[in-house]
Design a binder for this molecule. Structure first.
Ligand SMILES: *Cc1c(COP(=O)(O)O)cnc(C)c1O
Length: 392
């Protein structure tokens, strides 16, 4: 599984200031690997937030090719875009606000998460108006204290859902929840949340409901807690080949590989004397006569400003650290006095660790965040280019 085609199209980013290369075969293969981790459970590939920055529709299609039977998104607009692109697998959308057009969602055959009474009422109204039973998943808060219903609200919600199902207005297709500490599988809340989830499922069944799918596991739980797989797992991060538990293992330890490679073209290379302060605030000073390389990417593209003077990049196979402040559109590298790099040369900001490139995880560690944020924050100004070696 770890062998991957080195048929990378080196011209993908030629002529572009910067480029996000997305290896769709990696996404496909990662989903296949997650299916093996999930045992008998199905896989819902989570493609919210533009597929964690990888591009919603191409990533979703690659995930389906890898065996994802479901797709998951946070927002309705994301679900509608998947349908407009012709994706036909079940799609669950789970974060809504009053006033949203649930009728449009039902017409598009989208499954809706319901975590509050207002949402169930609004979905039921839309179902009556459109004459089509709404497929809902009841979202239970088992201890994350975020989205979901608990306590008396949950009791009432389940009772209302049972009434609405009996009258044919909704069909309760799923019951689901989300972990607070999936990345620490031994944490006591993990077991406690699974127990509460089992109680919630039992309550739903006592109300006469028979949901098709119970689902609780995100990427970390899918990879480290097989007992939480139930009928369906909901991995996001791992679909893109990043480890949700970097302290427990890297991508290759779980049979995954990074799908995203972020590159830029050097825009300028120039000689610079020793003792020169570099970029805003002169927070970096050249130690000797050297050559500076200008990278046309900055925080306007989603490069964290916190990467200033700490994040790794690679030029011509050599590992460097960003020199001084990351600006809105640009950052600077101290290429060293002997560098033969010139304008137009490729700079790898992050890519695949197994190929010796800096990784999104390296960037996360350097900037005090998580790999999720590094890939998701890349902006629309950076074009996505998709590579696909085809069938294996
Ligand atoms: C984002 C999200 C996921 C996926 O989480 P990962 O940690 O990326 O696997 C699953 N379920 C819900 C409810 C989410 O919000």
């Amino acid at each position: 599984m770890s062998a991957h085609p080195v048929t990378r199209d080196v011209t993908t980013q030629a002529g572009l200031p910067a480029c996000v290369e997305v290896d769709l075969d990696a996404i496909r293969d990662n989903v296949a690997a997650l299916k093996r981790h999930a045992g008998r459970a199905e896989v819902m590939a989570v493609v919210k937030a533009d597929a964690y920055g990888h591009g919603l529709v191409p990533s979703a299609r690659a995930a389906v090719r890898g065996g994802a039977g479901w797709l998951g998104v946070a927002q309705l607009a994301e679900a509608l875009e998947l349908r407009r692109a012709g994706l036909e697998v079940p799609v669950l959308s789970w974060l809504h606000v009053p006033g949203q057009d649930f009728g449009e969602a039902l017409a598009a055959g989208i499954d809706l998460s319901v975590s509050a009474q207002w949402a169930l009422d609004a979905v039921a109204t839309a179902a009556r108006e459109t004459g089509r039973a709404a497929r809902v998943h009841l979202k239970v808060d088992t201890g994350l204290a975020r989205n979901g219903a608990w306590g008396d609200t949950l009791d009432t919600l389940v009772a209302s859902a049972a009434r609405l199902e009996a009258e044919g207005t909704v069909r309760v297709v799923g019951v689901f929840s989300h972990f607070a500490y999936a990345d620490a599988p031994q944490h006591p809340t993990v077991r406690a949340q699974q127990e509460r989830f089992a109680e919630a499922v039992a309550m739903v069944e006592r109300a006469g409901l028979r949901p098709d799918v119970r689902h609780l596991a995100n990427s970390a739980a899918t990879l480290t807690n097989p007992g939480a797989a139930y009928d369906l797992v909901r991995p996001g991060l791992a679909v893109y080949g990043l480890s949700p538990v970097p302290d427990l293992g890297g991508p290759e330890d779980f049979g995954l590989r990074e799908a995203m490679r972020l590159t830029a073209s050097l825009s300028q290379v120039k000689a610079c004397p020793a003792g020169q302060g570099v970029s805003y605030g002169h927070t970096y000073t050249t130690a000797h006569d050297t050559r500076l390389g200008l990278v046309p990417m900055g925080y306007g593209d989603g490069i964290p400003r916190a990467a200033s003077s700490v994040a790794p990049v690679q030029v011509g196979g050599r590992r460097l650290t960003i020199a001084g402040r990351v600006c809105m559109d640009q950052l600077v590298l101290d290429l060293g006095p002997d560098s033969s790099a010139e304008a137009g040369d490729e700079v790898v900001l992050f890519g695949r660790g197994a190929d010796g490139e800096p990784t999104a995880q390296d960037w996360a560690a350097a900037t005090g965040t998580i790999n999720y944020e590094i890939v998701t924050r890349l902006g629309a100004r950076v074009p996505r280019r998709y590579t696909e070696a085809g069938s294996r």
